[in-house]
Design a protein around this ligand. Structure first.
Ligand code: NAP
Length: 291
């Protein structure tokens, strides 16, 4: 039995689909208010719970052989990015789980002090590595599926908001490719006990994204490019009103201020470990937007 957390998320629902296509037994950890109908329809066992509750994690882990942790944090890095994963790892040890897959983030090891999610991910990586469990840790750059709603807005307005340095490099990975690698990682030797940076096949500059949208929709982009200090000003004002939200915005600012890309060697390594040809952002968008 595979336990998948974040089963209604961008990565999680694709992982459940792939596992069910292979007719493997899956327990999908979902919240009561989540949209989980599709997962149920595909034959996943639905476990309703909240990852903030250790008793739910304890119950969900009963009888599982594989755990795939893909949940996000809703802005609460301590409870969800950190504590829920530590509890999942503890229960995985107790259950003698065969393999634990964790979705971290590219740059988790760079010591960004102002980014709670990055700090939590790094602490979980270290805990998992020391646990004695078999594991695979993926460190993705941005996911292509994040861009679908922006692309739809672009289709209507031709506008693209690009905050910060347009020359910063990024390697956006197809969310479908990542899900495939996640599923394969429990059985592929080259993924066992590895931390794998994950990106798409191209190193893009952030300003390339609106131009790719432009090509896909055959429209000239209108790029709105405010400098990063706009976010800093916004954070300062928010901090006076709501200090926790100001902290959460630290992760967002870190994402905007830095480069997140994989080297060509890292991508070649991924393609060889998983026997996969990674998809470009443009191909992903054309598939989903049918253009
Ligand atoms: N998106 C990116 O570009 C990116 C890049 C690098 C790394 N990552 C990492 O990749 C992972 C997956 O990202 P994603 O974009 O696929 O996530 P996502 O689409 O935002 O989905 C988050 C999932 O977590 C679930 N969740 C949140 N709080 C929960 C709680 N208290 N109890 C149970 N479930 C809860 C959500 O359930 P609901 O459906 O109920 O909301 C949803 O299924 C995350 O760990 C993220 O940090 C993402």
């Amino acid at each position: 039995m595979f336990l998948v957390t974040g089963a209604t998320g961008q990565i999680g629902r694709r992982v459940v689909r792939l596992l069910r296509q292979q007719e493997l037994p899956v327990r999908a950890f979902v919240r009561l208010n989540s949209r989980y109908g599709e997962l149920e329809h595909r034959g996943a066992e639905i476990f309703i719970g909240d990852l903030r509750q250790e008793k739910d994690i304890h119950k969900a882990c009963q009888g599982v052989q594989y755990i795939i942790s893909t949940h996000g944090s809703d802005g609460d890095a301590l409870a969800l990015d950190y504590r829920a994963n530590i509890e999942l790892i503890d229960h995985a040890q107790a259950q003698q789980v065969r393999h634990f897959v964790f979705i971290s983030v590219l740059g988790a090891d760079r010591g960004y002090e102002d980014a709670p999610t990055f700090k939590a991910k790094r602490a979980v990586e270290q805990y998992l590595q020391a646990s004695g469990l078999n594991y695979t840790i993926f460190r993705p750059a941005g996911l292509s599926s994040n861009l679908l709603s922006l692309a739809e807005r672009f289709r209507q307005t031709r506008m693209y908001l690009l905050i910060g340095d347009p020359k910063n490099r990024t390697s956006i990975v197809s969310t479908d490719d990542l899900a495939q690698m996640v599923v394969k990682s429990v059985s592929v030797g080259g993924a066992k006990n590895q931390i794998l940076p994950v990106g798409g096949p191209e190193i893009l500059q952030r300003e390339d994204v609106p131009h790719i949208f432009g090509r896909v929709f055959n429209q000239e982009p209108i790029i709105i490019n405010p400098p990063l200090f706009v976010i800093d000003g916004f954070r300062t004002v928010l901090g006076l009103l709501n200090p926790p939200v100001q902290k959460t915005l630290g992760t967002f600012r870190t994402l905007l201020a830095n480069e997140f890309f994989c080297t060509h060697d890292e991508i070649a390594h991924l393609e060889s470990v998983f026997n996969l040809k990674l998809e470009t952002l443009e191909s992903f968008l054309r598939r989903y937007l049918a253009v």
